[in-house]
Design a protein around this ligand. Structure first.
Ligand code: SAH
Length: 216
């Protein structure tokens, strides 16, 4: 149920659904998704589905994690591949996406507005000895100016409109991927250029809303 063979099959299914970046596939093959879930749901960890993680939130669907990460990676130069230098993640949640980013980056900065979710995720990521992650409790609408600029920004929560701070905190050449909208959401990719912003609409999606403020 949680064996390497199960994870190999899980990755085969991601390949069938269009995921092809070799380093990403390698990372998804090695990160154990079941340890990010409560025991009662662990047996479903390698299904391609979102699952509850408490507080009304969900661990993202693996294909969505892969698709979003691959889009960010496609902005990187393959020839000189050395991973992202700095990535900002909005919505730590279970920490699964954080683990994937951690193995593809020098440094990950991960924001969450629900302190208990962040604490739980930190415990799991420590067990995996991933130590290049800085956690923050705050409202992701504002990004994380202290550590900007970022090569890549990824949001697992949907704001009503694109938050201007996220664009400001992106490097020139950097990429941002984010769902936007309320009932009807779309996944957008943005690449910052010297002259402005290139926008790509990638899919119709359903993410949890990006809420304002932090939970106490
Ligand atoms: N990638 C995570 C997704 C969790 S769901 C995973 O796979 O587990 C999205 C997360 O975004 C939730 O944990 C939610 O609490 C968080 N979130 C919602 N609005 C936020 C905000 N304004 N700032 C930071 N995190 C936010």
């Amino acid at each position: 149920m949680t064996s390497q063979r199960t994870r190999n099959r899980f990755v085969e299914r991601l390949i069938e659904k269009g995921i092809s970046h070799p380093r990403l596939l390698e990372v998804m093959r090695c990160v154990p998704r079941h340890i990010f879930l409560d025991e009662a749901l662990a047996s479903r960890a390698y299904e391609d589905t979102a699952l509850p993680i408490g507080f009304g939130q969900t661990i993202s669907q693996p294909w969505v994690v892969a698709k979003m990460t691959q889009w960010l990676l496609n902005g990187q130069d393959d020839q000189a591949w050395s991973g992202f230098k700095k990535v900002l993640e909005i919505g730590t949640g279970s920490g699964y996406q954080t683990a994937i980013l951690s193995l593809l980056s020098d440094q990950v900065f991960s924001l969450e507005r629900i302190p208990l979710l962040s604490t739980k995720a930190q415990g799991v990521l420590e067990k995996l000895t991933l130590d290049n992650i800085t956690f923050g409790i705050s409202d992701g609408h504002w990004g994380w100016n202290d550590y900007a600029p970022f090569d890549a920004i990824i949001s697992a929560a949907a704001p009503e409109q694109l938050p201007a701070s996220l664009i400001t905190q992106l490097k020139i050449g950097g990429r941002l991927i984010i769902p936007i909208g309320q009932q009807q959401q779309r996944l957008y990719g943005y690449q910052k250029t010297l002259t402005g912003l290139q926008e790509t609409c990638l899919a119709e999606v359903l993410f949890v809303p990006m809420k304002s403020g932090v939970e106490v």
